[in-house]
Each structure stands twice: as C-alpha cells, then as structure tokens.
Design a protein around this ligand. Structure first.
Ligand SMILES: Nc1ncnc2c1ncn2[C@@H]1O[C@H](COP(=O)(O)OP(=O)(O)OP(=O)(O)O)[C@@H](O)[C@H]1O
Length: 751
C-alpha cells in the first residue's frame, strides 16, 4: 500500500475522514471522533474507528492521516490514540468541489465550487494557492474572492506545516497546537528565528524546551537571545515559584548559570551579561533598579502600593473629640451587647480616626467582633445608616465596603457583621482580564475593611489600593502567622514593618472561653511548642497515629463517620499539603468520592483528564471565573450533568452558595473535586470539621505557618492523623524562605 505523504516516524497510520465528532474541547483541542478509514497500515475488521487525542478540529470532508497507537479504554473499548494528525488536500474532482463548498472558504457555495473545479481541474487547490489570479478567471469569482480563497488555503497549509515542524522537535500535540494558535502562519519563522519567544508568549513552554529547540535549529550556544531568555525565565520563576518581587544580580546570575549549564560563564562573561541586560531594560522587558531586577508589572505594582500608603500616611485627619468617641463606643457596646476589651476598644477608636490602620491577631482574638464594632462606631459618628435598604433608591453609596480575597471569607465576614461583603475581585469589577475600578473609577463608599490580608500579593494589593479614592479610610485585617500570599510579595508583613502605620494587635483569646482546645493548639504551634496533650482524646480534637499507607483509610473512615453523623459534605474538609502521591489530595479525593458518591444507576458522570465528575460531587473553583461571580476557593456541588451536550452548551452545573453556574466542556479545567484540598486553597475558609493528615512523606512541604493555617481552618472539631514526628518536624520549620521586596523602604522613603 502506498505510504501517505507524511510518515515522520515510520509508524502506524490510518487515513480517512473524521465523519462524526463525539466530543471536542476547543481549549486544549482534545477530541474524540468517529473515523471512516479508507487506507491504513493496520489490519482492520471494521472501517469505522474511534480516534482520540489532541488535534486541530477537522472538517468532515477533509481527508486526514492520523499517526498513533491502539489503546484499550476501560469503558469505551478499543480506540486509536492519535499522536499526530495531518490533513490531506482532497484529490478527486468531486472531493475538491465538496471541500471548497464545505464552509471553510467564506462565500464559496456549491455552484461556485463546481465551477472552480470545472475550470481548474482536480489540482484546483494547489493551483489556487500558488496563483490566486487563476481563480479570478473562473466565471463568477471576483478578484477579491479569489484572494480570500487563496489566503484560506495558504493558511490551512501553513498551520499544517507548522505542526509537522514542531512535532519534529518532539513537542507534544497539545503544546504544539498552542504554539501554532499563537503565531499562526508565522510559526515556523518565529520558532526558527527565536524559539525563546515562546517562553514569554506561549503558556506551558519553559526555558528548557525552548532551549532544546534552539539547539536543533542551530542557534548558537552563546547567542544573546539565549542569555536574555534565561534571564526572563529566571525572573518569572523567582516571582511565581518563590514569591520574590525582584531578584538581585547575584541571584539572577546563579539561576542563569544553572539554566545555561555547563559553560555559562564562558559564553556570557560579566560584561556581556551587563550589556544584554541593559538592552532588555531599554526594551522594557525588565527594570533594573540599581541592581535589583524586576519584571515591569511587579516594579509598578510595588511602587503603586508604596505611593498609596505614603499618601494615606500623609493625609491629615481631625481626631474625634475624646468625649464623643468614648460615648459612641459605649453606645455601640450597648447596641451590640458586647463589652469590648481595652485592646479591642483601642482598635475601634484608632480605626475611625486613621486613613489607614492594620488590625492583626490570631484566631479567636476577636478580629471579626472588632470589625463589626468599627462599622457601627463609624456609622454612629458619621450619622449614617447601615441598612442596605436605605440606599436602594438613593444616589448615596453604601458607606462601608467589606471585602476579602476569597468568596468564603467574604461570606463569613458578611454573616458575622450583618453588613454586605464581597470578594476583592468583585469589588474591583473583575472582567476576566482587567479591573473596572481604578484611580479614575474608584470604589464607592467612605470606609473599606479588607480581611485575610495575608493572602494579598503585591499585584492585587496595587489594584485594590489604586482604586481607593482620596477620602476613603482603609482598614486591613489579617493574621501574619498564616501562609503568605501565593503570588509574589509579602504585603501584610511589609506593612507591619512600617512603624508609622497605625496598627493594633489583638492577642487575648476569647474563643477559648468557650472551651476550644483548637485555638490553644494553634497558639502553641505558632510559638513552635509541641502540645503536651497532643495524643489526648479531647472534646474537640483527636490525633489518630498512622503511617502513610494507612492514612487514606483513616481519613476515609473519619470522613464517612462525620457524614453519617449528619455533617454535610461542606462541614467536613480534608486538608493535605501536597496533591500527588499515595496520601496526596488527589488520591484522598478519589477514595472519598468512591465511598461517598460511587457510580450508580441513573447517576451521570463525565471524565475530565484523570478526574471523573459525578452528580452530587463536592467541587472547588480553582481560578476566578471570568463570566460569573465565582472565585478561586469557592466550593459547590454538582447538580446536573449533560454528557451529550455540544461544545457550545453547558455539560455540568454547580450549585454554589448564591447561584448555580453552568460549565462548558472547555471550562471543566476550572474545577476540581473538593473533598480534600490543599491548605493553600483553604486559606480564607473555615470548616466545622477539619481532617489534617501530617506525614513525614510531606516533609518538604511541612512548615509552621502551613500547619498553623491548616489547624486554624477548623471551627468545631480538628482531626489530626499521621505521624507525631511530622508535626514535630513541621513546627520547627519556621523561617519561611525570604521573599525579596523593597516595599518597606519605598513606603518609608521621603517624598
Ligand atoms: N470582648 C469580647 N467579649 C466576649 N466575647 C468576645 C469578645 N471578643 C470576641 N469575643 C468572642 O470570641 C469569639 C471569637 O471572636 P471573633 O470571631 O471575632 O475572632 P476572630 O479573631 O475573628 O477569630 P477567627 O479568625 O478565628 O474567626 C467569638 O465567639 C466572639 O463572640
């Protein structure tokens, strides 16, 4: 049998057309199709085969050649896993006409297509691509139309070629498609000239992959682009993986040396490095602030935050007369039925008289109680109502804005204070790729209170602070002993280092009065002390010793017991420090799902990568949704699945607190199972019962602030399981890796 045009790897192939689309995800180009096979290297007993894999969506009239291998799917049986796909231009007159009128070419209908073939013969496509003017000779085809058809043909051809080009570097189809989507017809040219561009422009391409391609395209090992790419990659890694806002020249050089190993110093001696970094600074790809190297967005964010803070510190404010303040606090105490402690009262009175104040304290010290007090004191002093109804048909905005980084924290804030609260993203009018609120369209209101500020990275802090208008007062609330922000910077910690910023730290624990040993444990762990009653059976806390291999069973047993006792799936949360491995988040999720929500007759499910989502599953939103007010960290339950829905329609619905949100197939990567999640994802949330495995297998991740954050997520009951040594090891890991930032100096710098 004649080999089709492409046989890159002398592998098996099938040729034919993909006659029916069973499933296709636009986002990652993963598809399942029914293929009508016309030729193949294989022995087949049927000519209809199911093919799956990442591929450009073909048209049913196109002939394709797929390369790959057979696999046995546990549920769907024998399928062909596509490694590469190549489209082939049709060759017979009939096929060419059909192809031309298939809808791929704007404005070409059946009649025109037939006329083109009649005129140019079965090689019409090749002829037209090479010389569009021949098309214009066909009656009824204008010169402009001829040009469009030729352009489309060339484009299809170019994309095809580009994919084949990328495959030869061993690039997988999913990434190759992303590259082609980014550079379109210029793919080959871009990749040949400077493969390193992909690092900055295509998500998922790192330095090593780009460098590998550069080697194969023959780019010199000492090419300037190579050093510059390594430098940018090192900068991005430093901020995204290590939380640095800038890197020093020394750090950059060390990172770059590693990336360019083994002869980095010979290829790029110091003066050449300096010259190349200068060029990059000139091109604004980085900012060199006296040897501190920044990604531009981080430089501007850090300066933005510092500038705002300085402005707030310089804003004059007349203090409320002491007598009036004293009286108002007394009235608030009476109104809310709380006798505030001296420190709490100090926090309230400082807050109403400062343009900026920070309120810190561990769990149960009364931060939320004080926030509520501040709102009522503020309303009393400014004679404004806190009833949202009074603002419904009024020009006047609601005076106090409460916000937190996650939906759950915002909800908790609103429940505890009785005042509307929302996520920072919602407050700032997040539109998926930009914020509506900025210095020209600031947040309305007179007082802004932000909770869980330890989660704010320097980018979001800047977005938030710049949207605060001149007369708005700002109160930042947080617990500095918790995990730092996922993104770069250590904003809360830095703000606390600036002594000029008014702050009140609450240290006295109130919830303990209610008999909570969890809070006591949290405070002990915070001081690095091993609790003496760790193994005791306490009314709100247990420790079940177990080894790694037993951990999932112990967790599962505890989880099901809690559910059997009437706790909802949302009351119980497993928190683990890592995703992978035999006791990681993923494995725990699978085990709990299998036990709590197994497959059943009439229960619908849909597979997404390695995860199966089933009706009734508890899921977690992993990123901020671009269309709906659902945010990173929000949890909901799958209410419906329509596995037959087309790509443009929702396949799955999740009920969150306030609303039910539909997800298309391409959006399924935004959610994950949530019976277990990472401690980082649970920041800003609280649960009645937390199950926290502590194993020496997690050693690398176990740190005092991670354990502290995990423990403080539990409101009523804490179940620790695992190895005592793991806890002992973890709480001694205190020093969080340093994060470079100049925020403190910038905030303190004189005008
Ligand atoms: N002055 C007070 N007198 C009596 N009880 C208080 C006082 N302050 C706080 N509490 C009580 O202590 C408990 C914890 O307070 P609150 O929830 O405000 O603390 P928190 O710092 O926000 O804690 P967490 O971050 O754990 O939610 C609540 O039950 C609250 O009613």
């Amino acid at each position: 049998m004649e080999q089709p045009g492409l046989d890159l790897f002398r592998e098996q192939w099938l040729k034919g057309s993909l006659v029916q689309e069973i499933f296709y995800n636009e986002e990652n180009q993963y598809g399942v199709f029914l293929m009508q096979v016309t030729e193949t290297t294989e022995e087949l007993d049927t000519d209809e085969i199911v093919v799956v894999g990442n591929m450009m969506r073909p048209h049913p009239d196109e002939t394709v050649i797929v390369h790959g291998e057979w696999m046995e799917h546990p549920r769907y049986g024998r399928q062909y896993q596509v490694r590469h796909m190549k489209k082939e231009l049709p060759r017979t007159r009939e096929a060419v006409a059909k192809y031309l009128s298939s809808g791929l070419f704007p404005g070409v209908g059946k009649k025109t297509a037939e006329k083109i073939v009649e005129h140019l013969g079965e090689n019409a496509l090749e002829k037209a691509a090479a010389r569009p003017e021949v098309l214009a000779e066909v009656p009824g085809v204008t010169a402009a139309r001829a040009e469009t058809i030729a352009d489309s043909l060339r484009e299809h051809h170019a994309l095809e070629q580009a994919l084949v080009y990328l495959y030869q570097f061993g690039m997988g189809p999913a990434i190759a498609l992303k590259v082609v989507q980014t550079y379109k017809e210029s793919t080959i040219q871009v990749v040949k000239q400077n493969p390193y561009r992909m690092i900055e422009e295509v998500e998922g391409v790192g330095f090593r992959r780009a460098d590998e391609i550069a080697r194969q395209t023959g780019l010199a090992l000492d090419a300037p682009e190579r050093f510059q790419a390594a430098a940018i990659f090192a900068l991005r890694e430093a901020s995204l993986s290590h939380g640095h806002v800038f890197v020093t020249m020394e750090q950059l050089n060390a990172e770059v040396d590693q990336l360019l190993h083994p002869h980095a110093r010979d290829w790029f001696p110091p003066e050449e490095r300096e010259r190349l970094l200068d060029i990059m600074a000139h091109e604004e790809r980085l900012i060199d602030d006296h040897g501190k190297l920044y990604l531009p967005s981080l430089f501007f964010a850090e300066h933005g935050v510092a500038m705002r803070v300085r402005e707030w510190l310089e804003r004059p404010m007349d203090p409320t007369p002491a007598k009036e303040l004293f009286q108002a606090v007394g009235e608030v105490e009476e109104e809310l039925g709380v006798a505030y402690a001296d420190k709490q009262r100090e926090a309230m009175t400082t807050a109403v008289d400062s343009p900026l104040m920070i309120l810190t304290g561990g769990p149960g010290t009364g931060k939320t109680t004080v926030i509520r007090g501040i709102c009522h004191l503020f309303a009393r002093l400014h004679e404004c109502s806190l009833d949202p109804k009074d603002y419904e048909n009024s020009e006047k905005p609601y005076p106090i804005r409460l916000a937190a980084p996650t939906g759950r924290a915002a909800k908790r804030m609103s429940e505890a204070t009785g005042i509307p609260a929302m996520t920072i993203h919602r407050l700032l009018g997040w539109k998926g790729d930009f914020f509506e609120r900025d210095q020209d369209h600031p947040i309305e209101g007179s007082l802004l209170i932000v909770d869980e500020v330890s989660m704010l990275d320097v980018w979001l802090a800047n977005q938030l602070f710049r949207a605060v208008h001149q007369n708005m007062q700002v109160i930042l609330v947080g617990d500095d002993d918790q995990l730092p922000s996922v993104g770069p910077g250590k904003v809360l910690q830095n703000l606390l280092e600036v002594k000029a910023i008014p702050r009140v730290e609450l240290t006295e624990i109130y919830r303990q009065e209610e008999g909570s040993s969890i809070i006591r444990l949290a405070h002990e762990l915070k001081r690095g002390e091993m609790p003496s009653d760790l193994m005791d059976k306490l009314p709100d806390r247990r420790f079940f010793p177990c080894k790694r291999d037993q951990a999932v069973d112990v967790i599962l047993k505890t989880y099901t017991e809690a559910v059997n006792r009437g706790y909802t799936l949302f009351d119980v949360q497993v928190l683990a420090p890592i995703y992978k491995g035999p006791a990681g988040v993923n494995r725990i999720n699978e085990a709990i799902q299998e036990s709590i929500n197994p497959p059943g007759e009439g229960k619908k499910e849909i597979a997404w990568g390695e995860t199966v989502f089933r009706g009734g599953d508890k899921v977690l939103q992993l990123v901020n949704h671009s269309e709906h007010p659902v945010y990173n960290g929000d949890m909901g339950m799958i209410t419906a699945i329509d596995e037959k829905a087309s790509n443009d329609d929702p396949v799955l619905w999740v009920q969150f607190d306030r609303q039910e949100i539909p997800y298309k197939r391409s959006q399924l990567n935004q959610i994950g199972l949530a019976y277990a999640c990472s401690v980082h994802k649970a920041q800003g949330s609280e649960f009645a019962i937390v199950i926290l495995p502590l194993l020496t297998a997690y050693r690398r991740m176990l740190q005092r602030n991670l354990i502290y954050t995990g423990v403080t997520r539990s409101k009523s009951y804490l179940i620790l399981c695992g190895e005592k040594e793991a806890l002992h090891h973890g709480i001694r890991q205190k020093e969080r890796a340093e994060r470079n930032s100049q925020l403190v100096e910038l905030m303190q710098r004189e005008w």
